[in-house]
Design a protein around this ligand. Structure first.
Ligand SMILES: Nc1ncnc2c1ncn2[C@@H]1O[C@H](COP(=O)(O)OP(=O)(O)O)[C@@H](O)[C@H]1O
Ligand SMILES: [Mg+2]
Length: 257
């Protein structure tokens, strides 16, 4: 794969992932950077989520999973024994398919991470972090008068933006989103897509989506996965208008789902 970016925030080299004996990701190398949103696309079961989870070691929580190869964040091997995984997951935050706010107040959902990471020394500092995180997530105006209401009382789209605020609150460098809109209606989806545009450049963003229109709308780089392989990675406009690989062409023209 050609090196497309000058400053890579994260790099993966020859990464394979196994569940027991079964190989779910086969020798994938890719770079992601701060300037571009990267979309991972491909049919269900091709390994998008598996590969995404290697980027913040979420696969560590799956007993049968084994990761081979090298992944770096700012040049540092994230699988090194010296890597603090809790710290890593603050630096590389994750937003899941189904919004999963804690059954706590809106305020506490956002304050939780900064508190365990010791990012605020007093209540006033924490208030600032909570407000700024909710603002960056495009949620502040909708919740500022009800910060003590439960996060779970919000609409699905608001809950997903709360989860984004929660990720932002610990000052991450990378945000991983695994089909963040698949449980949302079109209006809530449009809000999240707008938000991704606004967050671009501040964070390296990787989004898994099975929706090709969404990939075309939100990303500047697209990686097409098929059967555990990274088939093609390039500029989103190129991937969708002029794919180099036959398998990519077949997928984007809807020949298989
Ligand atoms: N926890 C797991 N244990 C065993 N196999 C898994 C697990 N998670 C995913 N797989 C398998 O790995 C492959 C890739 O899955 P996944 O990464 O979820 O694909 P995608 O996100 O592209 O739909 C699939 O064959 C799936 O069944
Ligand atoms: Mg998935």
């Amino acid at each position: 794969m050609e090196q497309m970016t000058e400053k890579s925030k994260m790099t993966a080299r020859n990464v394979s992932v196994f569940y027991g004996d079964k190989r779910a990701i086969d020798n994938v190398s890719i770079d992601v950077d701060m300037e571009n949103v990267t979309a991972f696309i491909g049919p269900s079961g091709c390994g998008k989520s598996t590969f995404l989870r290697t980027l913040n070691r979420m696969n560590d929580t799956v007993a049968s999973a084994r990761v081979e190869g090298e992944i770096t964040l700012d040049g540092e091997d994230i699988y090194a024994s010296s890597m603090d995984v809790v710290q890593l997951r603050a630096r590389v935050g994750m937003v899941f398919q189904k919004p999963n706010p804690f059954p706590k107040s809106i305020y506490e959902n956002v304050a939780y991470g900064p508190r365990i990471h010791g990012l605020a020394s007093n209540k006033a500092d924490m208030d600032v972090i909570v407000e700024q995180s909710l603002r960056k997530a495009g949620l502040w105006d909708e919740v500022k008068d009800r910060l003590s209401d439960s996060g779970t009382a919000l609409s699905g789209g608001q809950q997903q933006r709360l989860c984004i605020a929660r990720a932002i609150a610990v000052d991450p460098e990378v945000i991983l989103m695994d089909e963040p809109c698949s449980a949302l209606d079109p209006i809530a989806t449009a809000k999240i897509e707008e938000l991704i545009h606004e967050l671009r450049g501040r964070y390296a963003i990787v989004i898994v989506t099975h929706n090709m229109q969404q990939a075309a709308r939100v990303s500047q780089r697209t990686a097409f996965f098929h059967l555990g392989n990274l088939v093609e990675y390039g500029e989103t406009s190129e991937i969708f208008t002029n794919p180099r690989q036959e398998r990519t062409k077949d997928y984007i023209t809807g020949r298989y789902g």
